[in-house]
Write a protein of this length. Structure first.
Length: 345
């Protein structure tokens, strides 16, 4: 199987942590999650590259690496509004024209905007720098309230943590929910966060430890097939439904019902990928009661049916582990067709 090549485009001074987030998702080799990616780094000028940590990083590849990239990642940069060399913007535009997916994390969105890749599009960045991005690039529709925005060929994320969310979202699109879950588990990360969740909560941390939703989320995730309702979640947490809803909004940027439905749909995707269970059985296992309900929820969430998703995933797997295609205008898995071919997502 040909590995999907991910190239991280660095700029001085580079934050090692911003780079490491991408490397962890796309570059780690683990026994239980066989690698599907080939991860490289490059810079405009090969050689020692200053970092924000005070030590130089040796980069041995120049911009030519972008000519063979399937995905280009631009990690956060400092200062965000610093000039971008023309050679860098042209290399990004050239990679995009030939079908590469261009992705930014945090303030890397300023580089994409400078290259003109965000013109007329919705995009995001770290909330602290959203006003500057909107001011410097009025043709970009900046949304400071979401974790990430994915346009298939171009994607942007908020802060560093949201960058990891975006990377895992892309892994999920490339190779399915089960593989993305393996990568997430190896990184000891919580369940996937949707891109439209809030960047930051009104209260970033619970005032008291007992207000944290983490124990409740773990308990619910282990019982998706049971009769879970918002009232039962509130009872388990020992709070009223209103209080539970407030905590979900503050800590997750979503409602209890929306969180529960998304977890069930993710579990359904996992079963559709890994098993031959009938759709009726999949629906029962994830707590969606019936095949009719699962089909309705699946189509509303992903723009396709469970059966079509399973067939598309099986076909992609038989063809060598390529991207997971799908149908429908709102799907997380729709195939990306550009210039007469399907992009290698």
């Amino acid at each position: 199987m040909r590995l999907h090549r991910v190239v991280a485009l660095l700029s001085p001074p580079q934050s090692p942590f911003e780079l490491a987030c991408a490397a962890e998702v796309f570059g780690m080799l683990t026994p239980d999650a066989p690698t599907r990616y080939d991860f490289l780094i490059c810079a405009e000028t090969p050689g020692p590259l200053p970092t924000t940590a005070g030590y130089p990083m040796i980069v041995d590849t120049g911009l030519d690496a972008l000519s063979e990239a399937d995905t280009v990642v631009v990690p956060g940069r400092l200062p965000p509004a610093a000039p971008v060399p023309p050679a860098v913007t042209e290399a990004l535009r050239t990679a995009h024209r030939r079908g590469a997916r261009i992705v930014s994390a945090c303030t890397g969105s300023f580089v994409l905007a400078r290259a003109g890749l965000l013109d007329g599009r919705r995009a995001t960045t770290h909330w602290r720098h959203a006003a500057r991005l909107a001011s410097d690039f009025p043709e970009v529709r900046v949304d400071p309230g979401v974790l990430y925005v994915d346009h298939d060929d171009v994607a942007t994320s908020a802060g560093t943590g949201a960058g990891i969310d975006l990377y895992l979202h892309l892994v999920r699109r490339d190779h399915g929910a089960a593989y993305a879950a393996q990568v997430s588990r190896n990184m000891v990360l919580p369940p996937h966060r949707e891109g439209n969740q809030l960047q930051h909560a009104e209260r970033p941390l619970p005032a008291r430890a007992e207000e944290s939703l983490a124990p409740l989320l773990g308990w619910a995730a282990d019982r998706l097939g049971s009769r879970l309702t918002v009232d039962r979640l509130a009872e388990r947490a020992g709070v009223s439904g209103r209080t539970l809803a407030r905590r979900f909004t503050e800590q997750l940027g979503t409602s209890p019902g929306q969180w529960l439905l998304r977890r069930r749909l993710d579990a359904a995707r996992d079963l559709l990928e890994r098993t031959d269970l009938p759709v009726e059985a999949v629906a029962a296992r994830v707590g969606l009661a019936s095949a009719v309900n699962l089909r309705r929820r699946f189509r509303a969430g992903f723009g396709t049916t469970p059966g079509a998703y399973r067939r598309a995933f099986d076909e992609a797997r038989q063809e060598g582990g390529g991207p997971v295609p799908s149908v429908g205008p709102h799907s997380d898995f729709r195939p990306i067709r550009r210039r007469g071919r399907t992009a290698s997502l």
